[in-house]
Ligand binder design. Structure first.
Ligand code: CP
Ligand code: NVA
Length: 310
C-alpha cells in the first residue's frame, strides 16, 4: 500500500476492501472491550486549518485505543504555509511524530505535506476530498447491506469534497453513484471522469442529475451534506436561495427504496439540507456513521503506522 492516505483513488478496490475488513475486526475488538496496542508508543501529529469535532476526536481516541497518542496542532499554532513553508513544517514534524493527519483548505497543501514528510500523511479533509469520511461511510453501508456491490447510492446537494470521495469509494466497491445538484454546483468534472473510469472497470455507473426526486428513486442510500462548506462562507446567502429544493425531507425519502438509509457526514444544518424528522427518524444512520469514523480510521492508522504493512 502507499505511504500516505490522501485519496480513495490512490488505492485499489482490494486494498479498500482489506481496510474495511480490518476496520470491522478492530471495531469488534473495541466493542468486546479489547484494545490491542498495535500502535504502542506511536504519536500522530494532527494539523488543523479548519474546525472539527469528529475528525479531531475520532483520530485522537483511535490513537489512544491503539496504545499511542495524538497531538493537536491548531490553525494559529502552525500557520501552515504562512509562518513557515509547508515543506519545512513537514520535514520538522516528521522528525518528531510517527504520522501526520492534516485538515487543509487547498488540496495541494496536503499533497505538499506528503511530498516532504518521511512519515505517512493522512488527509483529514481538503477542498477537493474527504477520504477518511468515505471509508467510514463505506463501512457503514457495508455493515448494513453486507456489500456495496450493485447498491444505488444517491447524493443530494452540493458536489463537494464529501461527494467526491463518496463517489470514488462507491466506484471502487461496485456501487452505482448518482448525484443531483443545482446548476453551477455540480461535482468536479475531473473527479467524475476518474469515478466513471473506475466504475466502468467494476461494472457500475456514475450519474449526474439535476432532479433530486429522480436521484433517490430506487436508492438504498441517500446522502446529503451542508450547502456551504468550510471556506465558502462568503457564498452562504446565495447558496441558501439555490439549495432548498435539494432538502432531504420525509417527502423525498418517501420516494426512495423502503429499506433506504439516510447518511450525512455531519455537522448537519437541521432545517436546511436535512429535516429533524429525517435526521432523527428510523432511516437515519448519521450517528452510527459518525462513530464509524473512529473504527475506519483505526484501520488506516494500523495499516500506515503499524507493523501490518503489506
Ligand atoms: N464529518 C467531519 O469531518 O466532521 P468534523 O468536521 O467535525 O471533523
Ligand atoms: N463539506 C463539508 C464537510 C464537513 C465535514 C465541509 O467541507 O465543510
Amino acid at each position: 500500500m502507499k505511504k500516505d492516505f490522501i485519496a480513495i483513488t490512490d488505492y485499489s478496490s482490494e486494498e479498500i476492501q482489506s481496510l474495511l475488513d480490518l476496520a470491522v475486526e478492530l471495531k469488534k475488538e473495541r466493542l468486546s472491550g479489547a484494545n490491542r496496542p498495535y500502535l504502542e508508543g506511536k504519536v500522530l501529529g494532527m494539523i488543523f486549518q479548519k474546525p472539527s469535532l469528529r475528525t479531531r476526536v475520532s483520530f485522537d481516541m483511535a490513537m489512544r485505543h491503539l496504545g499511542g497518542d495524538a497531538l493537536y496542532l491548531s490553525p494559529s499554532e502552525i500557520g501552515l504555509g504562512q509562518r513557515e513553508s509547508i515543506a519545512d513544517v513537514a520535514r520538522v514534524l516528521a522528525g518528531y511524530v510517527d504520522g501526520i493527519m492534516a485538515r487543509v483548505f487547498g488540496h495541494a497543501d496536503v499533497l505538499e505535506l506528503a511530498r516532504w514528510s518521511d512519515v505517512p500523511v493522512i488527509n483529514g479533509l481538503s477542498d477537493y476530498n474527504h477520504p477518511c469520511q468515505a471509508m467510514a461511510d463505506a463501512l457503514t453501508i457495508y455493515e448494513r447491506f453486507g456489500s456495496l456491490n450493485g447498491l444505488n447510492v444517491a447524493f443530494v446537494g452540493d458536489g463537494n469534497n464529501v461527494a467526491v470521495s463518496l463517489m470514488h469509494v462507491c466506484a471502487k466497491l461496485g456501487a452505482n453513484f448518482t448525484i443531483a445538484s443545482p446548476e453551477g454546483y455540480e461535482i468536479r468534472p475531473d473527479a467524475v471522469e476518474l469515478g466513471r473510469k473506475i466504475a466502468a472497470e467494476k461494472g457500475s455507473r456514475v450519474t449526474l442529475l439535476r432532479d433530486p426526486h429522480q436521484a433517490v428513486r430506487n436508492a438504498q442510500v441517500i446522502y446529503t451534506d451542508t450547502w456551504t462548506s468550510m471556506g465558502q462562507e462568503a457564498e452562504t446567502a446565495k447558496r441558501m436561495h439555490v439549495f432548498p429544493p435539494y432538502q432531504v425531507n420525509s417527502a423525498l425519502l418517501g420516494e426512495a427504496s423502503p429499506e433506504a438509509i439516510v447518511m450525512h457526514c455531519l455537522p448537519a444544518h437541521r432545517g436546511q439540507e436535512l429535516t429533524d424528522e429525517v435526521a432523527d427518524g428510523p432511516h437515519s444512520v448519521i450517528f452510527h456513521q459518525a462513530h464509524n469514523r473512529m473504527h475506519a480510521q483505526k484501520a488506516i492508522l494500523v495499516q500506515l503506522l503499524g507493523n501490518r504493512q503489506s
